[in-house]
Structures are given as C-alpha cells and as structure tokens.
Ligand binder design. Sequence first.
Ligand code: SAH
Ligand code: SF4
Length: 331
Amino acid sequence: MPEPPGELPARGYRNGQIASWLYKKGAREWSEMTDLPRRLREELEREWRISEFALVQAFPSSDGSVKYLFTLHDGSRTEAVYLPYADRKTVCISSQVGCPAGCVFCATGRMGFGRNLTGPEILDQVLAVAHHQGLAPREIRNVVLMGMGEPLLNYQNVAWAVRRMLNKNALAMSPRRLTLSTVGIPRGIRRLAEEGPGVKLALSLHAPDDETRRRIIPTAHRYAIAEIMDAVRAYFDQTKRRVTIEYTMLRGVNDHDWQARELATLLRGLVAHVNLIPFNPWEGAPVTGSGKKRIRRFAALLEEAGLPVTVRWSRGVDVGAACGQLALKEG
Ligand code: SAH
Ligand code: SF4
C-alpha cells in the first residue's frame, strides 16, 4: 500500500489541502478532511493509509515524559519519547528497529538489529506523538533523532524524513530545532554536511582516546577518532552550527581525570558543547554509571579548560524511556 504522508496522493491544490490537514491540523483519518470531495476521500480511504502504526501504546513517566511503543504494519516495533520541557515540546524519535552498532552500554545495541525504518515511519512518530498529546504537529518545537538506531546507517530514509520536517508545507521546522545524534560515521557526517539540511549534529564520542572508545563502541574499530573529528570539523565549516559532544559517564571506564584533560585537548579549537550523560541503567548492562561527585568533577575539569559543558539529567528513567534504555520492554 502506498504510504502518505510519503508521497501525497492527489494532484495540484488538493495536495496542498491534504498537507494542511496532515501537518497543520494533525488529521489521522481521511474522513476528517471535510473540504475534500467525498469521492476522493473514499478513494483515499481505500488506497492510502495515513498512520504507519497498527498499535500505539503510551507509558507515562512520573516526571511528565511519555514513552510510546509503536507496532508497525509488519509487526516490527519501535519507540519514541515525548519530553514536555517547559518552553519547548520535544519528541525523541527512532531511525531503526534496534541498532547494528552494538555499543555495550546501550540497551538498543544489546537487542541487535531488526530493520531500517522507512522515511514515513520515521516522520510519523512525530505526528502520532503530537496527536496523542492533543497537539497540532507544528506545536512540537524540537525533534531529536536520539531514539533507537543509528541514523547515519539509514541515511536516505532519515534524510527523507528530515526534509519533510523542514519543508514549509509540512512541519516547517527550523533546522536549528532538529538534532541528529550519531555514533560517528564519517562518510554519513560528510554527506549530511554536503547535502546541507543544516540540522544540529550531536556526536556520541564517549571517550577521548581510541583505546577506551573501542572497548565500548564496536564501530570505533572501523573509524578512528581523528577521522570522525575531521568529518565533524567539516560539518561545522559547512553549517556553522555548534556541535554537541555526547559523553555517557561510565564508572572506571571513561570518567578519569586524565580523560577529561584529553577530551579538552581533543576539542580545542572546535565550536562544541559537551553534554555529559549520567548512565541510565538497564537489566544485564555490563557497565555501571559514574557517581554524581565524579560527574561534577569531570565537568569542572572541562570547564576549567574553557569548554562549555552541561549535565543531561535524563527523564523517563522509571519507564525505560531515557537515552539508551529503549529496547522494546513494556513500561
Ligand atoms: N545511535 C545514535 C543515537 C541514539 S542513542 C547515537 O549513538 O548517537 C542517543 C544517546 O544516548 C547517545 O549519545 C548514546 O550513546 C547514549 N546512550 C546510549 N545508551 C545509554 C545509556 N544506557 N545511558 C546513557 N546514555 C546512553
Ligand atoms: Fe546504536 Fe546509538 Fe545505541 Fe550505539 S548508542 S547501539 S549507535 S543506538
């Protein structure tokens, strides 16, 4: 079956009407589109589906965030998270079912790889979450590609969804409000820089040295930090957007003083911001998180070296909705 909101079905100005229903008003049924001729609506109903999800389940956290579990039409499942920060409603979306990268600290990595999500499946997470929150799609002010999967290993479909989010006739988002987080795939970063949607880039670095990085991130055997950083610099040169460096704090692995100093040296000259992420625990994880004192000390060392740094105290930990906890466990 064709997949709107993939390619829109009607021609000419009807497409504009349909886009307005889908992206401005957040319609989830063809029958809602009352200004379309009835025959067209019936035809659309028969031949085109609006939602990519056969089932949507919501798991509210005590802190206000909500984890959504989506069952796709082929029975695969994926997850997104709604984060109602006061001034900017944010949705964290997935790009793949599971993830082939297999980082040892990440529950998604542990579950293995299912399949790539299609462009419409990636986009529809935003529309479905907005709908369930009683919001118009454009009220979602921020989207972060930080759910399940490695977006740059599903480049084309992610790029399709990103273009739809930025498109003036679709979600009309500002590229500054869309963040793509990657484990560090140099050719993907360069391609994104060249094709120029100008979204914000977050790099999951997690270690300043290749040896430590290879202990926790299997793809680090293929791509050295120097090669990744070259691509990140190219991204900055092209977009002039400050890059976020993500760093999940793992006890006794990457949280030593010397690693903070080495990180500061590595990032010297780059317009970057370091985001320290306390480890979000999951059952069977082979690593543990650094304590609060250690995280503060690590942050202080980076600050002393002149790096902007924040600590991302995660939301949704109690329902398994925090970064790296998405692994299709219910609630
Ligand atoms: N695949 C992409 C995006 C998804 S993961 C990437 O790796 O960047 C989003 C962020 O959560 C990444 O920085 C990732 O390293 C981090 N993360 C994964 N598991 C985590 C965990 N258990 N606790 C804290 N952060 C985690
Ligand atoms: Fe994949 Fe990112 Fe998890 Fe690594 S941290 S396994 S790249 S989702």
